[in-house]
Ligand binder design. Structure first.
Ligand SMILES: CC(=O)N[C@H]1[C@@H](OP(=O)(O)OP(=O)(O)OC[C@H]2O[C@@H](n3ccc(=O)[nH]c3=O)[C@H](O)[C@@H]2O)O[C@H](CO)[C@@H](O)[C@@H]1O
Ligand SMILES: C=C(OP(=O)(O)O)C(=O)O
Length: 430
């Protein structure tokens, strides 16, 4: 199994191209199930999750054609991919595939809307909490579907004549359930109003794509989304928005290691809360033509408290990375996780590098230390794994991160992007 080897101590200087967002690409790809025409997506990142979803969609009858072409400059490999689902050949999403990635469960919305029935395995994904699917079940039930759990699967059935528009307010904000209800409602009869919807930029990206396909979605990006059902959707061409979590991750890497880096093909407006937090921690951040520039000022890293929250709050997907940064701050900081109940597995791994972190319920107290020292550590989930890389960049000596498959789910060519900026990071195969 591969490991990532990091020799800490080098500053980062140069340019890092930001990829298309994994968390936007996945629902956008799933939207291809809603039409018999071709959905063309540009700027699709090359990630394990994307490849797995291609296989899952292929199982349902989606033909996937990849136009590997180099965009803009040699270090950008954003792909344009055509997804065509003339007919749905299989309405079952099997356990073997869905259990590997949470988002693959989201096929339930389009399959139900287009075919009127489906059988979808309960999901797997990062082990960061129990991650139930009650909101999906309640939301789709509100659209008239019958939902039944049977042998680890959900059997979903739309009423005769298809799903029916409804008013449904989520009791809790869920990104995935918002994606699914929005997709399902595009082909429902009548108007659906979703209350307490997730406001994440990826929800807006999906709504824009659905509208380009002929859907009538308004209000995405606010807590109330309105969808007027249409009888069919057509093909479209859509560009996946930049990955705000990858952007924030590299910004934190620079804040940690020091240096001066331009993050290209991204947008500062996608992660204002996280960047404001980084400024308070001592980073200098400015907007550029097509991205941002980040420098660490001379004052070192200041301690800052954060609380994760749905967008526009501080993203849970940057919590581990920020905690890694705080391990080297000049004081005491607190990180409170409010989205997932078990998203602190990086704590014990950061401790192996010499970090001082104590946990009390959903809050971690981090006492900044003068030095971290390299050690073998283990990736436990996607964002935790990259937090260990960030810590390794500032640790003395060698850090090796095992279970790199977590990292490959969401970070495209991480070693290459960091190495080009002067870091010593390499993939070692055993
Ligand atoms: C592929 C993708 O986009 N994944 C993101 C998505 O995950 P995902 O869509 O799975 O996360 P949700 O927004 O649904 O989860 C938020 C909270 O709602 C709970 N919940 C969710 C659904 C449900 O039916 N019942 C329920 O209780 C979850 O357990 C969690 O506590 O949003 C998360 C929160 O920003 C991110 O960390 C993930 O990276
Ligand atoms: C938690 C994540 O992904 P997933 O929802 O697919 O587990 C993530 O992207 O950080």
């Amino acid at each position: 199994m591969d490991r990532i080897r990091i020799v800490g101590g080098n500053e980062l200087n140069g340019i890092i191209p930001i990829s298309g967002a994994k968390n936007a690409a996945l629902p956008l790809m799933i939207a291809s199930l809603l039409t018999s025409d071709t959905l063309t997506l540009e700027n699709v990142p090359h990630l394990a999750d994307v490849e797995l979803l291609m296989r899952i969609l292929g199982n349902h009858g989606v033909d996937v054609a990849v136009n590997g072409r180099r965009e803009r400059q040699e270090d950008s490999y954003a792909r344009t991919i055509h997804f065509t689902c003339r007919t749905i050949v299989d309405t079952t999403a099997p356990y073997e595939l869905v259990s590997k990635m949470r988002a693959s469960f989201w096929v339930i919305g389009p399959l139900l809307a287009r075919e009127g029935h489906c059988r979808v395995s309960l999901p797997g994904g990062c082990a960061i909490g129990t991650r139930p699917v009650d909101l999906f079940i309640d939301g789709l039930t509100a659209l008239g579907a019958t939902m039944e759990i049977d042998g680890g699967y959900i059997n979903a059935k739309a009423p005769q004549g298809g799903l029916i528009g409804t008013h449904y307010t989520f009791p809790k904000v869920s990104v995935g359930a918002t994606h699914v209800l929005m997709m399902a409602a595009t082909l429902a009869r009548g108007t659906t109003v979703i209350g307490n919807a997730a406001r994440e930029p990826e929800v807006v990206d999906l709504a824009n794509c659905l509208n380009a396909m002929g859907a009538k979605v308004s209000g995405a990006g606010t807590p109330t989304i309105t969808i007027e059902g249409v009888t069919s959707l057509s093909g479209a061409r859509h560009r996946v928005l930049p990955d705000r979590i990858e952007t924030g991750t590299y910004a934190m890497a620079v804040a940690m290691a020091g240096g001066d880096v331009v993050l290209e093909n991204t947008d500062i407006a996608l992660l204002e809360t996280a960047l404001e937090t980084l400024r308070r921690a001592g980073a200098e951040i400015s907007s550029t033509n097509n991205g941002m520039r980040i420098k660490r000022n001379g004052a070192g890293i200041q301690p800052v408290d954060i609380v994760t929250d749905p967008f526009p709050g501080f993203p849970t997907d940057l919590q581990a990375q920020f905690m890694a940064l705080m391990t080297r701050s000049s004081g005491i900081s607190h990180v409170t996780e409010t989205i997932f109940e078990n998203r602190f597995m990086h704590v014990q791994e950061l401790a192996r590098l010499g970090a001082k972190i104590s946990l009390s319920g959903q809050t971690a107290k981090i006492e900044g230390v003068q030095r971290l020292k390299g050690a073998p550590v283990m990736a436990t989930d996607l964002r935790a794994s990259v937090s260990l890389v960030i810590a390794g960049l500032a640790a003395e000596g060698e850090t090796t991160v095992s279970r790199v498959y977590h990292l490959d789910r969401g970070f495209e060519r991480l070693e290459e992007k960091l190495t080009r900026c002067g870091a010593i990071v390499e993939r070692v195969s055993e």
